[in-house]
Design a protein. Structure first.
Length: 277
């Protein structure tokens, strides 16, 4: 089967920079359906989409499950991690308008527990994403260095679990990742990135598959729930899960809760306290 993922030039750019954007994935109509689902869940089940429950929404939402299994995204991911791919978690990022919430400078891989680092974060814009509403910024080439020291801050406005922060990042050398609804960015687990507050009058919404991993990747900090999204898994390192049939099915919510409980153990391993995410 022909893979319509990255061109040779795009793959080269990713390897040099540690990220790539924008990549066109969804139509405006597809994005509208996602917005409707988010607003429906917020209205009917508000506790199911905030705090820790912002994680792994794809386990109980068929629409978000379809994003995780989207063939256009998987074609891109296959160029990076190979033909045998697992989805090992998702995060729904909701930045409310004129809000102080931000994401500090960090590297995804330092607290995810993957070994080897054959993984990638895919970040899908559900709304316009720009500098005013707090788009991600990437430190070009930072993935070529070792993991940097992260300081746990537990800042109330920091949307990361522990408020983990890399200090002395040369902000002037970072690049804003500006996306339209339905566009994707991808980045390496060692790429230093972060995002500022939403200063606009509209919500900024993004959905991250964090991460897609090769089946050869082990979890060294705990237990991870995964979905097989492409190829086969000959290693069987992780807990394989089913896909949802309908929105908010009880068994799927239990699965989400189990996955989130294990995720929390990994993200807060050796931390002095537990944060709200």
């Amino acid at each position: 089967m022909k893979n319509d993922g990255l061109t040779a030039n795009q793959l080269k750019e990713y390897n040099v920079k540690g990220y790539l954007a924008p990549i066109n994935i969804l139509s405006s109509e597809e994005v509208k359906k996602i917005r409707v689902e988010i607003e429906s869940v917020e209205k009917k089940w508000p506790d199911q989409i905030n705090g820790l429950n912002r994680n792994n929404i794809h386990y109980y939402s068929p629409i978000f499950d379809q994003i995780v299994h989207n063939s256009k995204i998987l074609d891109v991911v296959e160029n990076i991690v190979g033909p045998n791919i697992l989805a090992a978690g998702t995060v729904l990022f909701l930045k409310e308008p004129e809000n102080k919430g931000f994401i500090s400078w960090h590297q995804d891989g330092i607290y995810q527990g993957w070994k080897p680092y054959n993984s990638i974060t895919a970040w899908l814009a559900i709304t316009d994403v720009n500098e005013e509403n707090g788009c991600m910024r990437m430190w070009t080439g930072s993935h070529k260095d070792n993991f940097k020291n992260h300081k746990d801050t537990f800042d109330e406005d920091n949307l990361l679990t522990r408020g983990q922060t890399i200090e002395n990042v040369p902000v002037k050398d970072t690049i804003p990742i500006i996306l339209k609804p339905g566009q994707l960015s991808i980045h390496h687990p060692m790429t230093v990135h972060g995002s500022g507050p939403n200063l606009s009058k509209s919500r900024r919404i993004g959905f991250a598959i964090q991460s897609y991993i090769g089946t050869n990747v082990e979890q060294i900090l705990g237990k991870t729930y995964v979905q097989q999204v492409r190829g086969k898994d000959d290693f069987k390192y992780h807990e394989h899960t089913s896909r949802p049939n309908k929105l908010m099915d009880r068994k799927d919510l239990i699965l989400r809760d189990n996955a989130n409980n294990e995720l929390q153990k990994i993200l807060y391993k050796d931390a002095k306290k537990i944060g709200k995410y």
